[in-house]
Design a protein around this ligand. Structure first.
Ligand SMILES: Nc1ncnc2c1ncn2[C@@H]1O[C@H](COP(=O)(O)OP(=O)(O)O)[C@@H](O)[C@H]1O
Ligand SMILES: O=C(CO)[C@@H](O)[C@H](O)COP(=O)(O)O
Length: 500
């Protein structure tokens, strides 16, 4: 039997998945790490922790593997997008990684528009200048940490750095490079124009590859530390959302994904590279060669729930926290939540907005808050679905993945709010499955990604919208959308009271 490993370098944890040639998940190991929030709006991680936790997860996986180690033929990666890792000329990390949910760069986003113009930026990158993307972070370091910027010989994205540490070879690939705001997404090359105008030396941009491209074997050190064979082939991999899409079979027009991890994403496959969404949704290269996807992002989706659990129910696990969720009626007994814990991206590109609970009353119990959070996250994602439907996309079936797909009541809430059939797969680890699929395809086991997806992706259950619930949620959605408008100026004034 032959095997591959998919590694998903997520925001909350690294997940390592061993899959066999029949598409069966044989083992999975998860190692959690934490976020560093030094100031309001800051979000960082120590890249060394990614490497240590991945090595530890791989050795545990290998220790529990009773087959011939040489049969683990390939590895590929999926990773949290947009994070900035800076390396000096000998490959040392120069500072903590600045992550996708860090919103310190509003000033640098303005600079990008001033220098390049919004229209030109949209022409080249198809995306707006958002705080979470990589280019504004690079400009922030240039402005506020010039001594680090001076020493920078290479910038890397999180999973590209991990792959570099495992192989010694430096690469990026199109799906993650698309999220930097420095890639000409139609031409698939770093934009010389953007780099020149913003004072970024093109030589710090890593060489680009396709997601299934072979980029070397693991180094001897990594083989020794993990127990993997030194012949294990490594394939480039993709952005977590691109890999999540592959792992969910989003490989043709009309297919839609809902991913609820730390962030929340609604993603739709797109064949064309010349549509005009005017930046209302992100428009990125897929990990399936020469195709694209559009997506809307809720910054704090699963994070809203894990924040609540950590602060108010530390000793409960998610199953315990969500117990009794279905006993609370739609609308959480008059409690409405907006998940703007770290600002928002879609449909409001707003780093300053913050979340609210509207309608708290003395009779509310903890479970009302939990249901309100889950409804608020899902209503927020429905705003992305609304944009995609308005653009002409037909959305009647959605594959749901990520931590949020572990709970059946939440999946039914998704079906009712999205007014679409929601499908749960046998593994909710879509990005890691997608990475394993890239490795299997890269190893030459299949002639196409589609063929591989047919074997590796299995539907477990589906949830149909219940008309009576759909009606109630339509009413609630109108109220939900109103909260942003009603709380925007309040939050602007509250900003001066935030921890700095
Ligand atoms: N059993 C569960 N039921 C519902 N939601 C869950 C459950 N377990 C985890 N989650 C949610 O999933 C999130 C983590 O999802 P995951 O896909 O692992 O994230 P990431 O890829 O960002 O590391 C948590 O923040 C939590 O909100
Ligand atoms: O910023 C984005 C997408 O643009 C996020 O989706 C990150 O890619 C992190 O993903 P998760 O860790 O939440 O899966």
């Amino acid at each position: 039997m032959k095997y591959v490993i998919g590694i998903d370098l997520g925001t909350s944890a690294v997940k390592v998945l061993l899959m066999n040639e029949n598409g069966k998940v044989c083992n999975e190991v998860l190692k959690a790490y934490h976020l560093i929030h030094e100031k309001s709006g800051y979000s960082e991680q120590d890249p060394k922790e990614w490497i240590d936790k991945t090595i530890s997860a791989l050795s545990e996986l290998v220790n529990n593997f009773d087959g011939d180690i040489n049969n683990i033929q390939g590895i590929s990666f999926s990773g949290q997008m947009h994070g900035l890792v800076l390396l000096d000329k000998v490959g040392n990390v120069l500072r903590n990684a600045i992550l996708w949910n860090d919103t310190r760069t509003t000033e640098q986003c303005r600079q990008i528009y001033d220098v390049l113009g919004k229209e030109r930026l949209l022409n080249i990158t198809k995306n707006l200048a958002l705080e979470g993307f990589t280019l504004p972070k690079l400009l922030w370091v240039k402005q506020y940490e010039p001594e680090i910027f001076e020493k920078t010989a290479m910038f890397m994205l999180p999973k590209d750095y991990l792959r570099y540490k495992m192989t010694g070879n430096i690469y990026s690939e199109y799906s993650d490079a698309a999220g930097t705001l420095m890639l000409d997404i139609a031409e698939k090359r770093w934009s010389e124009e953007i780099c020149d105008l913003l004072g970024i030396d093109l030589s710090i941009c890593p060489p680009l590859s396709a997601s299934h491209q072979y980029v070397g074997t693991i180094s001897k050190d990594i083989a020794d530390l993990t127990g993997l064979a030194i012949t294990t082939k490594v394939f480039a991999g993709g952005a977590d959302n691109a890999c999540g899409a592959i792992g969910s079979g989003i490989l043709s027009e009309g297919k839609t994904l809902c991913s609820i991890g730390t962030s929340g994403v609604i993603l739709s496959y797109e064949k064309r590279n010349n549509l005009d969404f005017s930046g209302r949704v992100h428009y990125f290269n897929h990990a399936d060669e020469n195709t694209f996807y559009v997506m809307g992002v809720t910054l704090a989706a699963g994070y809203s729930l894990s924040w609540f659990k950590d602060e108010f129910a530390k000793n409960e696990n998610f199953e315990e926290l969500l117990e009794g969720l279905d006993s609370v009626p739609i609308g959480s007994n008059g409690l409405l939540f907006t998940p703007y814990l770290v600002g928002e991206r879609t449909p409001h590109a707003d780093a300053d907005i913050r979340g609210s609970f509207i309608g708290i009353q003395g009779s509310h119990k903890k479970i009302d808050f939990v249901r309100a959070i889950i409804e608020g996250i899902t209503l927020s994602l429905n705003e992305s679905i609304e944009i995609l439907r308005e653009s002409g996309k037909k959305i009647d079936t959605i594959i749901s993945i990520g931590g949020g797909a572990k709970n059946d009541v939440w999946l039914q809430i998704q079906a009712d709010i999205f007014n679409a059939k929601v499908i749960k797969l046998t593994s909710e680890q879509g990005p890691a499955v997608g990475a394993a699929i890239l490795a299997a395809y890269g190893c030459g086991w299949y002639n196409s990604l589609d063929e591989c997806v047919d074997v590796f992706t299995v539907e477990e259950k589906s949830f149909l919208p219940i008309p009576e619930n759909v009606k109630k949620y339509k009413e609630l959605f109108k109220l939900y959308k109103n909260v942003y408008r009603q709380t925007k100026s309040l939050n602007e004034e509250l900003k001066k009271f935030r921890k700095n």
